[in-house]
Design a protein around this ligand. Structure first.
Ligand code: MTE
Length: 457
């Protein structure tokens, strides 16, 4: 086994980010009245205060860690849990995380949306290992709240340019030949708050509209064949959801016949209600909005539908003021999740710098990491599996010498596409867009060890 580069230097420790940094009162006030300068100052103040409180707690932990003294009671004395009868089996018929992990939660960004139904809860990327998102921490994005539909009452229909329009029950669908595939899902608005400047403190809020699961379902192609879809004239399909938002998205027939799934399974169990139970569309590589949840209908047609979710939303505002439509592929992107904004390095020494990379156009070929704001780059190790249209975990050794640093990651995908710097993205797309921001993220490590979100053009 190869030794990490820093094996001979002391291993540094990280202080977690103060994830829950806003009091419920301030969050409610911001949600009610929006973000003005005063509230923005309060928000920043709460974040710094939460960091200081965590630092106080961590200094006690830091004092107790490192080289354990020979008489450490944690190792020399029997601990309560080693001398007692443990809990019975099936105490939790459906398992729950340890109470010590209670702070790892998906969270709303205060003031981002006026209601909790048309909103988003971000996944805590800073707390994940590997590439799979636990089902309870998958990000959520709803346009009109989530619903829990009785699968016995759910129907799925295919109509339009088909020989025979058909209606399927869940039982009908789940009897068909299914496949399971691991793919990322990223909202087109992910990192949208960061277009102009560094806006939010942690990776949960900069990049947390991102998740990755093993999805199980029937290929849409099987169902289109079953209904005799007109593949000569039918160039598009429309996917429609069963929730109050009437989410409707046009998808090209090419994608529909390639790897799109009509899915019910997520990480080995049924979809969670928040993620579309009992049926959702999985459109690998394409922005999340096309992954229609609570899927009730697919229509085959010969032109795009130009629905409300394709004209007023999910379009790219270009520098000349025009809007670019149907740019749905999530381009190659990456982010360092540890260390990341809001965390703090508690001492000089070795750090395993870790992050995630992905591309809607294929697999990740390479990730390079810079510690000096993009002047020098070091190639990271890619953890297997490295799959198409899937998150890839990367790691790289770093010995922090205590001086200020700017950490960046830059991914390259199997098409040769290189993740752009902000300067490159701004030159083509301007600074006022919302969607499809795949620029290189920068984290500044201060001499104090604190990590901040910064913008590097
Ligand atoms: N489908 C329906 N029916 N209603 C919705 O509000 N939101 C879309 C998409 N599918 C949505 C939907 C958006 S914008 C995204 S990013 C993804 O679902 C989010 O999926 P998730 O909530 O499972 O993370």
């Amino acid at each position: 086994m190869r030794k990490p580069e820093g094996a001979r230097v002391p291993t540094g420790r990280l202080r977690k980010a103060p994830e829950n940094f806003v009091s419920p009162e301030l969050a409610a006030d911001i949600t009610r009245s929006g973000l003005d300068d005063t509230r923005r100052r309060l928000l920043k103040g709460s974040f710094l205060a939460a960091g200081a409180a965590l630092a106080a707690g961590m200094s006690r932990v830091a004092a107790a860690s490192g080289k354990a003294p020979a008489d450490d009671p944690m190792i020399t004395q029997p601990r309560p849990w080693s001398t007692m009868l443990g809990n019975p089996v099936a105490f939790h018929p459906y398992g729950v995380p340890s109470k010590y992990e209670a702070n790892l939660q998906r969270r709303q960004s205060p003031g981002l949306t006026p209601t909790k139904q048309a909103s988003v809860a971000f996944a805590p990327l800073q707390g994940f290992f590997g590439i799979i998102t636990p089902n309870g921490l998958h990000f959520e994005r709803h346009h009109q709240g989530w619903v829990d539909i009785d699968p016995g009452q759910h129907r799925f229909m295919i109509n339009g340019m088909v020989k025979e329009a058909k209606v399927y029950t869940m039982d009908d669908l789940m009897r068909l030949p299914s496949v399971s595939k691991i793919h990322f899902i990223e909202c087109g608005a992910n990192t949208g708050m960061e277009w102009g400047n560094a806006a939010v403190p942690t990776v949960q809020y900069t990049h947390g509209m991102l998740s990755c699961c093993e999805f199980t379902g029937v290929p849409l192609k099987v169902l289109l064949d079953d209904c005799g879809a007109d593949l000569k004239n039918g160039k598009y399909v429309l996917a429609e959801g069963n929730d109050g938002s009437s989410m409707t998205r046009t998808i090209s027939m090419e994608a529909a016949l390639d790897d799109v799934l009509v899915a019910w399974g997520m990480n080995g169990e049924m979809l969670r209600p928040e993620n579309g139970y009992p049926l959702r569309l999985v459109v690998p590589g394409v922005q999340g909005v096309s992954w229609v949840k609570w899927l009730r209908r697919i229509e085959v047609g010969d032109k795009p539908w130009n629905t409300k979710d394709e004209t007023s939303h999910y379009v790219d505002l270009m520098p000349d003021g025009m809007l670019r439509q149907y740019t749905s592929i999530q381009e190659c992107k990456s982010v360092i999740t540890s260390p990341s904004g809001g965390q703090a390095l508690l001492g000089k020494g070795f750090y395993n710098v870790s992050g995630l990379a992905w591309s809607g156009r294929g697999a990740i070929k390479q990730v390079d990491v810079s510690f000096d704001g993009g002047n020098n780059w070091k190639t990271a190790r890619l953890e297997t599996p490295v799959l198409d249209k899937c998150l890839t975990r990367f790691n790289v050794d770093w010995v922090w010498d205590g001086s200020p640093a700017i950490l960046q990651s830059r991914a390259v995908d199997s098409t040769g596409f290189v993740q752009p710097r902000y300067g490159q993205l701004h030159a083509v797309r301007g600074t006022r867009s919302t969607y499809h921001n795949n620029a290189i993220q920068s984290w500044r490590v201060a001499e104090s060890g604190e990590v901040f979100n910064v913008h590097v053009e």
